[in-house]
Design a protein around this ligand. Structure first.
Ligand SMILES: *[C@@H]1O[C@H](CO)[C@@H](O)[C@H](O)[C@H]1NC(C)=O
Ligand SMILES: *[C@@H]1O[C@H](CO)[C@@H](O)[C@H](O)[C@H]1NC(C)=O
Ligand SMILES: *[C@@H]1O[C@H](CO)[C@@H](O)[C@H](O)[C@H]1NC(C)=O
Ligand SMILES: *[C@@H]1O[C@H](CO)[C@@H](O)[C@H](O)[C@H]1NC(C)=O
Ligand SMILES: *[C@@H]1O[C@H](CO)[C@@H](O)[C@H](O)[C@H]1NC(C)=O
Ligand SMILES: *[C@@H]1O[C@H](CO)[C@@H](O)[C@H](O)[C@H]1NC(C)=O
Ligand SMILES: *[C@@H]1O[C@H](CO)[C@@H](O)[C@H](O)[C@H]1NC(C)=O
Length: 375
């Protein structure tokens, strides 16, 4: 280093501090220009806000799009399109270390609208480029929201992403029926599997009065009890299924060896006086779910349950509702009377709303989301 340069550098702090002008969103671009500066302690960064509604918000390198606790923040600076007196915000450099900034307006950070003071030069894992990449990686695909639409104008130069993220969340509601196993060893909320002192037989009438019903359609039975199904009309079955796939036999859905019980078709002629029966033995207190395999009987609600936990989301009414949709849960109608918000709208502004039922409904929908996680 030449003596002259060394002298010059050492004199700078004593000379007047430099001011760097940085334009924010000039030309409608989601960018600071320049994107970074190298400044000395005492220098001032003068951010000049162009039309639209940006911020200059300090963050950390690690979380580019999250405000730094105790950091600087211009707040939102809405600027009308025809404004000539542009507002500004000044940041005084107090440290030679890198300082990181971003725009807090929805989606801007994820589109790379970030800024830095004194970032290490490339190649470096903490370079400006690395910071910007991190912003896009962390926040680039997420966070659709109402305000993104509001803040976007015809002057925007970026392309709106075609797929709002919440559609992915919706997709998780559809369960792959073929991968669910119905084998249990225990069941939360169920009674302890203590055998009844006096095993009893429970009778369920199948197709009473020509109806597509089991009556009763939900019973409690103790370990050691038996349940006898009596077929009174038409041509029904008693087929074990699972809560999540009410209208598919366990043979079709189970990953394991358990295929469940199935009475097979039991045709009953119109004037019959004796009726075929089918009996099962209750081996534990695990809920048992079943349906009639004939035609569309199941989707017409011809299902039954034994030892369903009526106080929980997997109750007999929820099971029947699921059957009536043939196992395809939809956010608005799942559950056991839990009020649910309608959530099918494709408007990005409803994104947050459409996700919330997954957590909030506490019923069939919540359960299907859980199952997806488990698969
Ligand atoms: C970026 O993502 C983080 C983590 O999901 C979130 O907390 C933050 O609010 C997001 N920032 C912006 C500007 O969207
Ligand atoms: C600026 O953006 C913020 C955040 O999106 C919003 O709350 C505010 O209303 C906007 N201001 C104007 C004038 O559009
Ligand atoms: C409901 O049933 C599913 C599958 O049969 C199970 O994974 C889930 O834990 C059950 N939920 C409750 C609250 O018991
Ligand atoms: C009972 O239903 C099954 C399935 O639909 C059919 O294959 C069978 O022929 C029916 N039996 C009588 C006696 O109608
Ligand atoms: C109970 O166990 C017996 C003997 O293993 C079996 O045949 C029967 O299907 C079981 N009952 C149920 C409801 O799974
Ligand atoms: C119910 O859904 C299953 C699997 O998606 C399908 O195979 C079956 O035909 C459906 N049954 C009715 C009655 O729609
Ligand atoms: C369950 O049983 C009760 C009492 O027998 C009955 O009122 C109710 O309708 C049944 N629920 C379903 C879904 O069948």
């Amino acid at each position: 280093m030449s003596l002259a340069l060394a002298l010059t550098l050492s004199l700078i702090p004593f000379a007047s501090a430099a001011t760097f002008d940085v334009s924010v969103g000039a030309g409608g671009e989601l960018a600071y220009n320049p994107q970074f500066v190298h400044a000395a302690v005492g220098d001032v960064i003068n951010f000049v806000f162009h039309p639209k509604n940006h911020t200059v918000t300090q963050s950390s390198f690690d979380t580019p799009c999250v405000p730094l606790h105790g950091g600087q923040n211009s707040g939102f600076m809405p600027v009308a399109a025809e404004t000539t007196a542009l507002p500004n915000f000044q940041f005084s450099v107090t440290s030679p270390d890198p300082t990181w900034f971003y725009c807090q307006q929805t989606n801007h950070c994820g589109r790379g609208m970030v800024f830095a003071v004194n970032p290490p030069a490339e190649p470096n894992p903490h370079s400006f480029k690395a910071f910007q990449d991190r912003a896009i990686a962390n926040n680039g695909t997420a966070a659709p929201s109402a305000s993104s639409a509001a803040s976007s104008t015809a002057t925007d130069t970026y392309i709106t992403p075609p797929t709002p993220e919440w559609q992915t969340a919706t997709a998780t509601i559809t369960m792959p029926s073929s991968t669910w196993t119905t084998i249990y060893t225990s069941y939360a909320g169920a009674a302890a599997p203590t055998p009844a002192l006096q095993p009893s037989d429970h009778k369920i009438i199948v197709g009473a009065d020509g109806q597509l019903t089991y009556s009763p359609a939900n019973i409690s039975a103790s370990v050691g009890d038996t349940v006898t199904f009596e077929f009174r009309s038409k041509n029904h079955t008693v087929t074990q299924s699972s809560f999540l796939n009410p209208c598919l036999s366990q043979a079709e859905t189970s990953l394991g060896t358990q295929i469940g019980f199935d009475s097979g078709f039991q045709p009953v002629s119109a004037g019959a006086t004796s009726f075929p029966t089918f009996q099962i033995k209750i081996n534990d207190t695990v809920p048992i779910w079943g349906y009639c395999r004939q035609g569309d009987h199941c989707v017409k609600g011809m299902v039954f349950s034994i030892n369903a936990v009526e106080s929980g989301p997997n109750n007999s009414a929820a099971f029947q509702k699921l059957a009536q949709r043939n196992g395809t849960s939809s956010p608005s109608s799942a559950g056991s009377g839990t009020p649910t918000s309608s959530s099918g709208s494709s408007s990005p502004s409803n994104a947050a709303v459409s996700i919330s039922p997954i957590r909030g409904i506490g019923s069939v929908l919540a359960l299907t989301a859980t199952v997806f996680m488990m698969l």
